[in-house]
Ligand binder design. Structure first.
Ligand code: PGA
Length: 243
């Protein structure tokens, strides 16, 4: 581990508060800042805390821009399991962020490479991501960058691994309904963020968390690349902390 700051908290609610502190600070310093957002169960306590803090007048999202990490291929934005829908329901519909200032890759795009390039261009036009939120998959995926022989660069289409499909089937009626492909920011997109905060909770993430920050940097553990980022804060609960 080279640069990573590690904050160990008692439980997921405390993780939400500690991560919200970073977002509050970033938005106070730069009201039109660009935040990178993630889906999954882990960020939910953070999103609840961000909603509460805006209601309490501590954060103002009205000028913030946001770019999400990923989206399932083939799901419409209003599909109940799409990540766009997840973001609307769990965050965007409850804060003052402007709809036009939120972007999520379009899983239904006919020309996926062109959509990916436009996604990269939009982030660049905004001046890059100031603070990127990440969860982690049990196989070390960040966004939907699954274990591979090399680290993928920019936003692109990926096939999901059986492990990821299995982990995500809890949100669908059956495993056959889980999309087999997705569009994700690449490792290069993620590493270009000025600051990164990774949130990890639960004992089932302990082993992959150890490999991520205390093992070799290896594209078979995509998250391990974060050891080379100069400004990463890891916020994990006691159950996930490997030591
Ligand atoms: P989770 O997902 O927060 O629901 O565990 C994390 C991920 O797959 O990146």
């Amino acid at each position: 581990m080279i640069h990573t700051r590690v904050i160990v908290v008692k439980n997921p609610d405390e993780m939400g508060k500690a991560a919200a502190d970073l977002f509050e600070t970033a938005i106070a310093a730069k009201p039109a800042c660009v935040i990178g957002l993630a889906t999954g169960s882990t960020p939910l306590p953070l999103y609840r805390e961000l909603i509460a803090r805006e209601k309490a007048g501590k954060i103002d999202f009205s000028r913030v821009r946001s770019a999400n990490l990923d989206e399932y291929k083939g799901l419409a934005p209003d599909h109940p399991q799409s990540y766009r829908k997840f973001m609307q329901e769990n965050l965007f519909d409850h804060i003052s962020i402007k709809p036009e200032n939120t972007i999520v890759p379009l899983g239904l795009a006919e020309d996926i490479p062109a959509m990916c390039q436009a996604y990269e261009d939009q982030i660049e036009d905004w001046g890059g991501v100031d603070l990127q939120l990440l969860g982690i998959g049990h196989d070390g995926h960040i966004g939907f960058n699954e274990p591979e022989d090399t680290f993928p660069g920019m936003t692109h289409e990926v096939k999901l691994t059986d492990m990821t499909i299995d982990a995500n089937k809890r949100f669908f009626d059956s495993i056959d309904d889980v999309p087999k492909a997705a569009v994700t920011m690449g490792i290069g997109t993620i590493m270009a963020a000025k600051k990164i905060v990774m949130v990890v909770t639960g004992a089932d993430k302990k082993e992959i968390l150890r490999k991520t920050f205390w093992g070799p940097v290896d594209p078979q553990v995509p998250s391990s690349i974060l050891q080379f980022h100069p400004d990463v804060t890891l916020i994990c609960d006691e159950a996930a902390y490997p030591f």
